[in-house]
Design a protein around this ligand. Structure first.
Ligand code: SAM
Ligand code: SF4
Length: 444
């Protein structure tokens, strides 16, 4: 979501004359768009700010040449005052819900000395004040449809930093999707902290949920793939499961975080579902779309997690089988209920559990990749590979596929035969270009 938000910030700033640059030393403004989800992510902000300080000083010494430094995102939201106190060279601090006000903040920061701080949850909806632009970084686009969260898992800062759950209207989402497709997007990933809690005003005036929205977006000509992330197991409803069976453009890969395989820990996390509920949901998804693959998030070392609880997580992983996963050590986040819980799991125990879990998950991921060897898969090419002459794309299951081929295929979906399985990617060769690219080749 920060990638999406950063692109939208660029859209807001473009009318003021700002364009993106890769080199901070040349920049008139540097925005750190931050994440507060775990302590490690938040710590990075202060070290980055330390690195930027001399760059700003060099610019100041040059006279009338000023570099504005901004901290945006969830660290800004949670630690606004502290950032201003610890890093006086910062000019603007604003949370994820106020970046549509950037022009006003820039004007104030340019005029005044001292930092401009805007970490409100404003009454006006940010999305209603963002420009109608479609900045694309390739054929795959992110589109935020939902933000914030009302679930209040006890470990999570999102309800405090992103705010209450908010769903955009279907018409606004569809209009943005069409703009992306017109600008060259072939794939759209619908985003939300709890994306399948999306419920909005539908095109026909009735209330829609995510399954219905996906069906509607699938009608957009030129859009070839739809994904959505991140989902909460409690919010997977019958319509969404049905969409997985009915909508070909909905890719057969679903990120469905479970966090733990122990009912006791799930209750302490306030996840509002049991292990059996999760397994039932997976069974129903697989019945609707037999080739669906799952990825998940796990937290190890949540307060009170015993060896038996952790063994239950390993059991769940073995039984479900995941094609990919993110796993983390529990990180106590200030202001969340879990940060005050007793029975803290010592760090070495967390380390050991994380290693054991990651070994199992990596083995499952490798087995999933191996299962594709020799198969022919449709690959959406996104850009150049690491080596000259290579291009890289994604399979329907989000696997990176590297092929030696012309970069004219970037943006096309091309049938590729998987000939070798690498550690982080699959290696393939073009089997057949799809209709779109064949036509282009003929025309060329
Ligand atoms: N909404 C998603 C869900 O309900 O599972 C999760 C979104 S959260 C932004 C991304 C992931 O970060 C979570 O699934 C969780 O595994 C991890 N996470 C969040 N808070 C954490 C914490 N305090 N310590 C460790 N990992 C955390
Ligand atoms: Fe955080 Fe996800 Fe729980 Fe919401 S549902 S509080 S985003 S972990």
């Amino acid at each position: 979501m920060n990638v999406y938000d950063s692109a939208r910030m660029a859209d807001v700033l473009r009318p003021l004359g700002y364009v993106p640059t890769d080199s901070p030393q040349d920049a008139d403004m540097v925005i750190l768009n931050t994440c507060h989800i775990r302590e490690k992510a938040a710590e990075k902000v202060y070290s980055e700010l330390g690195r930027l300080r001399p760059l700003k000083q060099v610019r100041q010494r040059r006279g009338n040449d000023r570099m504005l430094i901004a901290v945006a995102g969830c660290v800004a939201q949670a630690e606004g005052e502290e950032i201003v106190a610890r890093a006086p060279h910062v000019d603007m601090v604003f949370g994820p819900q106020t970046y549509h006000r950037l022009p006003e903040m820039v004007a104030r920061a340019t005029r005044a000395s001292g930092a401009v701080l805007d970490v409100e949850f404003p009454l006006e909806a940010k999305f209603d004040h963002l420009p109608d632009t479609a900045t694309l970084r390739g054929p795959s686009a992110f589109l935020s449809i939902q933000e914030g969260c009302d679930r209040f898992c006890t470990f999570c800062v999102v309800p405090y930093t992103r705010g209450a759950e908010y769903s955009r209207d279907a018409a606004a989402i569809a209009a943005e999707a069409r703009r992306f497709v017109a600008a060259g997007a072939r794939e759209i990933t619908l985003l939300g902290q709890n994306v399948n809690a999306w419920h909005g005003h539908g095109i026909d005036g009735s209330d829609w949920r995510l399954g219905r929205l996906i069906g509607y977006l699938a009608e957009i000509e030129g859009l070839r793939r739809i994904r959505y992330t991140t989902s909460h197991p409690r919010d997977v409803d019958a319509d969404l499961i049905a969409a997985h069976g009915a909508v070909d453009k909905l890719m057969p890969y679903l990120h469905l975080p479970v966090q733990s395989g122990s009912d006791r820990i799930l209750a302490a996390m306030n996840r509002q579902h049991s292990v059996a509920d999760y397994r039932r949901t997976v069974d129903r998804l697989r019945a609707a779309r037999p080739d669906v693959a799952l990825s998940s998030d796990f937290i190890v070392g949540f307060p009170g997690e015993t060896d038996a609880d952790f063994a239950a997580t390993l059991r769940l992983v073995s039984e479900v089988g995941f094609a990919g996963a993110y796993s983390f050590k529990f990180s106590a986040r200030p202001g969340t209920p879990a940060a005050l819980m007793d029975d803290i799991v010592p760090d070495p125990v967390k380390d050991e559990r994380l290693q054991t879990l990651q070994q199992l998950l990596s083995a499952q991921e490798a087995a999933f990749h191996r299962s594709k060897e020799g198969q022919t898969l449709p690959v959406l090419f996104e850009g150049p590979g690491r080596k000259p002459g290579q291009i890289v794309g994604r399979s329907p299951w989000m696997q990176a596929v590297v092929v030696s081929a012309s970069d004219r295929l970037v943006g096309d979906i091309v049938e590729c035969r998987i000939v070798r399985i690498g550690t982080h990617s699959l290696h393939g060769e073009v089997a057949a270009a799809d209709h779109e690219s064949s036509l282009r080749e003929v025309c060329a």
